[in-house]
Structures are given as structure tokens and as C-alpha cells.
Design a binder for this molecule. Structure first.
Ligand SMILES: [Zn+2]
Ligand SMILES: [Zn+2]
Length: 150
């Protein structure tokens, strides 16, 4: 893979910096209550990448938090500014979910999930990418991304 495609990101204070050396797998916004609580906002946007493509520097703290599936996840924060930079879901080993807005060039969501808990004052124009809860990954992710996680 070419270094030219390298994607970079950082926390608010610059202590945590990371690079993604391969193509991201998928980007989605989640409107569930867990994500609202962990962001203190209306939804989270995650960009999923292969763990081996993710290179990080700077000190982070981590904590186990619950998910709707009951399996939980590990969230990673900058120890200085507290920005939540990425997480690891226990049900998707080998992959990392980066907080999309910590990327230098954020990626537009390819899906919005848990629309049933969406704040009523948020209007998403593209209804085709809205899912009441979770989507069927086999039908939603690009084939190239599905091949890479097999
Ligand atoms: Zn920071
Ligand atoms: Zn969520």
C-alpha cells in the first residue's frame, strides 16, 4: 500500500496522533443512548479500520464500557485533553473504530444506525442509509471491505 493514501488524525491537544495506512473499511453514525452518553452529544461517527493499519503515538487511558449487544467495548482517551480518539469493540476483534471527527479529513457516514433513538430535531436527508437499529453488514459494506475482514 502506498504512503500517499495515509490518513492522519489527532486529539484536540495534539498529544495523541495516529495514522491509518490502509483504506478505511466503513464509516457510520450511531444514535444509540450509549453513544450519546459517551460523546455527550447526539451521535457518534466511527470509521472502522484494520488494527494492523492503525499506528498511534501519545499516551492514552482506556476504560471498558457497555454496548447494546452486551459484549462491551474498550474506549481510548487522550490522557491530557480527554478526547475520545478510538475504541475496540469486543465483537469485532482485529478492528478499531476511530472517532471520525479526529481525522484531518473526516469521512461522511455511509450509514446511520439506531435511528429509533435519534434526536427528533436531527433530519438526515439520505433515508436509504438510515437503519432503525443495526444493518446487515453483508448487504451494507462494500465488497472490498467485507473481503478484508474475512
Ligand atoms: Zn489530547
Ligand atoms: Zn451507538
Amino acid at each position: 500500500m502506498s504512503k500517499k493514501n495515509e490518513i492522519k488524525g489527532n486529539c484536540a491537544c495534539g498529544n495523541v496522533k495516529y495514522k491509518i495506512e490502509g483504506n478505511p473499511l466503513f464509516t457510520q453514525a450511531c444514535h444509540c443512548k450509549n453513544c450519546k452518553l459517551s460523546t455527550g452529544s447526539s451521535f457518534v461517527i466511527h470509521t472502522m479500520v484494520m488494527e494492523e493499519d492503525f499506528k498511534m503515538s501519545g499516551d492514552v487511558a482506556s476504560i471498558d464500557l457497555p454496548t447494546g449487544s452486551g459484549k462491551g467495548y474498550n474506549a481510548y482517551f487522550c490522557i491530557i485533553c480527554g478526547v475520545y480518539v478510538f475504541c475496540r469493540y469486543n465483537i469485532s476483534k482485529g478492528r478499531i473504530a476511530v472517532r471520525t471527527q479526529t481525522l484531518e479529513k473526516p469521512i461522511e457516514p455511509q450509514a446511520h444506525i439506531f435511528i429509533k433513538s435519534k434526536d427528533p430535531w436531527i433530519e438526515i436527508n439520505d433515508k436509504k442509509i438510515c437503519y432503525n437499529e443495526m444493518y446487515d453488514r453483508e448487504k451494507t459494506w462494500p465488497k472490498d471491505s467485507l473481503d478484508r475482514i474475512k
